[in-house]
Design a protein around this ligand. Structure first.
Ligand SMILES: Cc1cc2nc3c(=O)[nH]c(=O)nc-3n(C[C@H](O)[C@H](O)[C@H](O)COP(=O)(O)OP(=O)(O)OC[C@H]3O[C@@H](n4cnc5c(N)ncnc54)[C@H](O)[C@@H]3O)c2cc1C
Length: 442
């Protein structure tokens, strides 16, 4: 495939696959005086704000977010492998928002769904007719005893999820491992998490780099997961298991990172021995030495969401994801509230690629509601992850709520093959298409 045909392909792939036609047809603006409040100016909040701004005339659209920097998080994996500088993932939050959208640069502290108000850190109370929750998720580093972010980059500890600065420090620790070798431990949390492929990508990339650097022949790598499979989609889990086997990476299931002792360079895991398919027969603690440890902490909805009464009461009770209908992302008890992106309590998602498919659905239902109608768009759980397996190789894995693989280019890009073109999707095309999504154009 030549470069021109790749780029035209990329312009429609993964994160960039076709947008529902209804959203692209440039329909006449809808006149409305509605007050729409969006919490969070990340991938989801920004994309929705742009799309609503294009569709509405006279509405008040307010985005609330205290962070002046927008983070292109898919780039963190590349930063933590020394392939991009930290600044590759940062831009100004305000540069992505249209002029007719107001940005309130504050953290939300509470939502009162009965009074239909949002309270900010400074004590402002913002009334809304429609509310979209898009504050992403929080990383619960405190849940791991002995761990703190100032350890990252020293003591052989990496934690790439924590942001650009920590991803760069992660590479400092990881590159020592790729040069000198030793024992590498790679973890993932027991909770739901954003981009469940990222812990695997980091493992594969560090192994690939180590195999060609000073550590060649002098390292041992272990991947420890609380789950009993390496990925939630069985066919992908099996492929990863085979790749791990071929690359000499040992997989350990039912292992949850509980504590770190940076002085002794040991990590303690809770190990579950299961009795048959479901039952837990016994629990024990296992302490392992490491030369490099990659930490990904438990992930939860932000505190104000968990306190708002908007979370599921009977599932993910330790995590607090918002109780929405999986196909419309509309709150099950408050129809004027929607949740988008990582905070949404749906069985799949938590990728920017999911956000791209979710945003037009919320847009459709919200605009229909303004006209007293019901929307028709459906989110089927589309989730995608360019699963990097080496520098220059990736698998473009796309799936839905049913764990069915939903390749964007059947017959062109095989989802379970390690391909250069899938790597280019991640390395070159993803950021451009992510940016187009932010502007509401993808
Ligand atoms: C290491 C890593 C690799 C990834 N790789 C990929 C990939 O290859 N492909 C892919 O599709 N996805 C990937 N993702 C996932 C993707 O980046 C996220 O799923 C996506 O950013 C979610 O968008 P969001 O808007 O829900 O959350 P975010 O983009 O995180 O934005 C949330 C916003 O809400 C704001 N906020 C938080 N609390 C409050 C509050 N109290 N009040 C107001 N505002 C608040 C934050 O400041 C932030 O700006 C990756 C993520 C990581 C961490």
């Amino acid at each position: 495939m030549d470069r021109r045909s790749f780029l035209s392909l990329a312009a429609g792939s993964g994160l960039v696959t076709a947008v529902p036609m209804s959203a692209r047809a440039n329909p006449a603006p809808i006149a409305s005086k509605a007050r729409i409040v969006i919490i969070g100016a990340g991938a989801a909040g920004t994309a929705l704000a742009n799309r609503l701004s294009m569709r509405l005339q006279g509405a008040s659209i307010t985005v609330i977010d205290p962070r002046s920097q927008h983070l292109y998080q898919p780039g963190l994996s590349l930063v933590a492998a020394g392939l991009k500088p930290a600044k590759y993932v940062t831009s100004d939050t305000s540069q992505w928002l249209p002029d007719d959208v107001s940005l309130v640069p504050e953290a939300v502290e509470a939502v009162d769904a009965e009074a239909k108000t949002v309270a900010t850190q400074s004590g402002q109370s913002l009334p809304y007719d429609y509310l979209v929750l898009a504050p992403g998720l929080v990383l619960d580093h405190d849940a791991i005893e002995g761990f703190s972010l100032d350890l990252v980059g020293s003591h052989g500890i990496g934690a790439l999820y924590a942001g650009p600065e920590y991803a760069a420090k992660t590479w400092e620790a990881a590159s020592e491992f790729t040069e000198t070798g030793g024992l590498g431990l790679f973890t993932r949390p027991a909770t739901e998490m954003k981009c469940a492929g990222a812990p695997l990508k980091h493992t594969f990339l560090i192994e690939d780099i180590a195999s060609r650097a000073g550590a060649a022949g002098k390292y041992e790598m272990h991947y420890l997961a609380p789950q009993s499979a390496l990925f939630s989609v069985p066919i992908v889990a099996e492929k990863v298991r085979m790749l791990f086997g071929a690359r000499g990476i040992d997989a350990h299931y039912n292992h949850t990172l509980m504590a770190v002792d940076p002085g002794a360079k040991t990590a303690t895991f809770r190990k579950i021995t299961r009795n048959g398919e479901s039952g837990v027969a016994s629990e024990s603690l296992e302490t392992l030495p490491y030369d490099y440890l990659h930490v990904i902490p438990p992930q939860r909805a932000p505190e104000f969401v968990r306190q708002s009464g908007l979370s599921w009461a009977d599932r993910w009770t330790d995590q607090g994801w918002v109780e929405v209908e999986p196909d419309t992302l509309r709150h099950r008890r408050y129809p004027e509230i929607f949740a988008l992106g990582d905070v949404a309590g749906v069985p799949k998602g938590k990728t920017a690629a999911s956000v791209k498919w979710q945003v037009p659905v919320v847009e459709d239902h919200l605009l229909a509601a303004l006209s007293g109608q019901e929307g028709t768009a459906i989110y089927g759980g589309y989730t995608s992850c360019p699963l990097i397996t080496r520098v220059g190789r990736a698998m473009l894995v796309e799936f839905d709520y049913n764990n069915d693989l939903v390749p964007s280019f059947p017959g062109v890009i095989a989802p379970l093959e390690e391909l250069w073109i899938s790597w280019l999707m991640k390395e070159v095309a993803l950021k451009a298409t992510y940016n187009a999504m932010l502007r509401g154009q993808a």
